[in-house]
Write a protein that binds this ligand. Structure first.
Ligand SMILES: C[S@@+](CC[C@H](N)C(=O)[O-])C[C@H]1O[C@@H](n2cnc3c(N)ncnc32)[C@H](O)[C@@H]1O
Length: 251
């Protein structure tokens, strides 16, 4: 049974008490630890601020919306989609598609096993981490953990429903109304932030009505959004972080 260190991560409890994961190894030789998945000020709070609002808008305005998530990580964004859909009175079948990409096989497997209550296969530390993530996502709502899990189980029926690595030659399985772009930074994942790649994703993977949200504020992304006729809105970053970016087209 593997725990986080066995797959190259350590747990970090962030400022709002919600957990994040940090890479044990950095791509930068001058740093002794790698990149964290979230802002140290609050993994859950950051996710709700950067992704929660666009998700809620899409759920309200578009019927059977399709969501694309780049970087499953601990699954905060997927859980927030379930949260916002349930808060809007939707059923799992009211959400057309949730496509998540994750390059680390164990992050796909752990999330899937936890979602399907295959507790005997999970290290207790791993199970406790996901339980804590979910606790934070439903905080201040009347939703129960079981309701969110049930919702996502309908979308991730099989392990193969979670996509593997998003590579430069990807052919996306659908077009999307909402892209939640939560990749590691360009230092850790350079190809995911190249202008040509972003243009390709936005051109081939979006419906006319679409919103793109990311914590990042990269020139390559802003240019690609403009080239694909999105209105680019710079939002306040989480807790003083640089601006985050929102792209809106016909929404
Ligand atoms: C910032 S974290 C995502 C955090 C996540 N959204 C959450 O809610 O916890 C970035 C994630 O992208 C994954 N990743 C890195 N390169 C990738 C690639 N080429 N394709 C898909 N996922 C990738 C990493 O393993 C990591 O889990």
């Amino acid at each position: 049974m593997k725990s986080w260190v066995d797959i190259g991560f350590e747990i970090e409890i962030t400022g709002d008490a919600s957990p994040s994961l940090r890479l044990l190894q950095s791509v930068d030789a001058s740093k002794d630890r790698g990149e964290s998945m979230h802002h140290s000020g609050g993994a859950c709070a950051e996710t709700l601020m950067i992704y929660g609002e666009p998700i809620a808008q899409v759920v309200r305005k578009i019927s059977n919306p399709h969501f694309l998530i780049v970087g499953l990580g601990l699954g905060y964004i997927e859980l927030v989609i379930a949260r916002e859909a349930l808060l809007a009175g939707k059923e799992p079948e009211d959400i057309g598609l949730i496509t998540s990409y994750e390059s680390v096989p164990e992050l796909r497997e752990f999330f899937y096993q936890w979602l399907h209550d295959q507790d005997q296969s999970l290290h207790p530390e791993v199970r406790a981490t996901y339980d804590r993530v979910l606790e934070h996502v439903i905080r201040e709502t009347e939703l129960s953990p079981g309701k969110l899990k049930f919702f996502l189980k309908k979308h991730f029926k099989n392990l193969s429903d979670i996509q593997t690595s998003l590579n430069a030659d990807v052919i996306l399985p659908s077009k999307y109304h909402c892209i939640l772009y939560d990749a590691f930074s360009s230092k850790t994942s350079p190809h995911l932030w190249e202008e040509e790649f972003l243009n390709y994703i936005l051109k081939t993977g979006t419906f006319e009505r679409c919103v793109v949200s990311t914590y990042a504020c990269k020139g390559t992304l802003k240019r690609a959004l403009k080239q694909q006729n999105f209105e680019v809105i710079l939002r306040e970053g989480f807790q003083g972080k640089r601006n985050s970016t929102l792209g809106l087209r016909n929404l």
